[in-house]
Ligand binder design. Sequence first.
Ligand code: SF4
Length: 160
Amino acid sequence: MGMYAVRLWSVRHSRLLESFYQGFERIIVRLDPLWKRIGYERLEQPVAAVERQVKGLLFDCQMCGQCALSSTGMSCPMNCPKNLRNGPCGGVRANGHCEVKPEMKCVWVKAWEGSQQMLEGKAILDVQKPVDNTLKGHSSWLRVAREKAGARAQPEGRAS
Ligand code: SF4
């Protein structure tokens, strides 16, 4: 199976991957005290390397550092040639393919299909923040762990 085929497989199995990720996320958030003890900075490089391998294989991940897969049907928006975070654009071809890369199905058409099978599928309707390029190359997993654990530790309403 080529890389592109794996990417399409992931969208077809978005529900399974969503469940898997939710469990994985619970664990990494709970392990925040351990990550703190080791040092998030020290973990950054090795974890990002693993994340790049795993998500590169499954999603053609470009390591934007701010993963949106949970709300994009497991179809990575960074594979849209226009890097749209709130797609699709007006250029989707009648057959659902991309106007820039006609051989590729529109990332956002796939995102919609994937999201329809997911428990949190409605998240695709949320407006996504523009991409913050300073996060490129960083681990999204560590960022989620740090942010979610931090939000829990904060008093009500102060979570960012
Ligand atoms: S949204 Fe970002 S972190 Fe998530 S798979 Fe795409 S490039 Fe990787």
